[in-house]
Design a protein. Sequence first.
Length: 385
Amino acid sequence: MSSLLPVYKKWGITPVKAEGAWLTAADGKEYLDFTSGIGVINLGHGDAEVMEAVQAQLGQFWHTSNLFQIPIQEEVASQLARLSGLDKVFFCNSGTEANEAALKFARRATGKTNIITCSQSFHGRTFGAMAATGQSSIHTGFGPVLEGFSYLPFNDLEAFEKAIDNSTAAVLVEVIQGEGGVIPGTESFLTGLTKLCQEHDALLIIDEVQTGNGRTGYPFAYLKYEGVKPDIVTTAKGLGNGLPIGAVMAKAGLEQACSAGVHGSTFGGNPISLAASRAVLAKISDEAFLAEVREKSAWFMGELKKIAERTPAIKDVRGDGFMIGLEIQAEAAPYIMRLQDKQLLALTAGPSVVRILPPLTVTKEELSIALEKIEEGFRIESVLS
Ligand SMILES: Cc1ncc(COP(=O)(O)O)c(C=O)c1O
């Protein structure tokens, strides 16, 4: 019997090796891993540059504390500031922690408490991030939920226009709702939120935990839209390509509300994770790399749409870049198992969406193999139904 608390429903796969887009299990089976560790291994398993950077840092020192001058913190913070167009960075260890910090900073900086997020959003599991998450199933059993949060329908600008007022501290939103079912935010919604927040002195916080770090073919997904101007951006997952790290990026001025002692994290800004991040950010600063991600993912999405046209089980194909959801006619979970039988790993997103998150470094050949497996996996169902 397992000594692990059973908060995860585990698959029957024991990884022993992973390289690029491939994962080898203890029974010798080789899987095409289109989960990327749930949107984390953006540069593929065992990326050589990340490995080299981490090994070099391991040989120097692992951890001192945030009381010391750590040049790699300054370097990665300035990479993030340059890529996001924001100014100040706080390092932590996960997406939840990044959102938790962003919520605290927003309340402290504005002196206001009300925070609006979206129905079906996902922002994490601690009390603040959980309260921000617009899914009652995530709140169940943990009440009372932190006060001051309200939830409005995603992509419904009118609902936000009615609700935002001068008591609103912040609006927190994903560019593509990930866990909620891979639902892309529209440009008009996200641009509209920018304007509304500006009009009401509220902060726009964009959660790029899943969409960030090149996943959509941009360093951060909001950068695709010129009119979307966040005050705060949070990220994690792909930022360390598998090493735990999260970050909050904020507009200049926030530091006035965040003097020494206001917030902190023992492990936040750990040099080992930062060494990985520096290599990740160097890669996603390369426009040619990003252009290739956009090109490969657009081709893959086009091929998936063709499969959907001849496959009644698939209702919709959506997403952006390599963050893709297949909405299906039934429960998604059995399809995940069927794809696993074909040695392709994918995820669910909500009850009826199969979520596909290949590493950004995936080759067209690997994508073609996946397309065959997806078509076969879904064809069986269409024959049965
Ligand atoms: C959009 C978003 N925000 C926050 C989180 C929480 O991140 P973490 O699991 O690193 O705490 C997730 C995780 O799936 C996420 O997708």
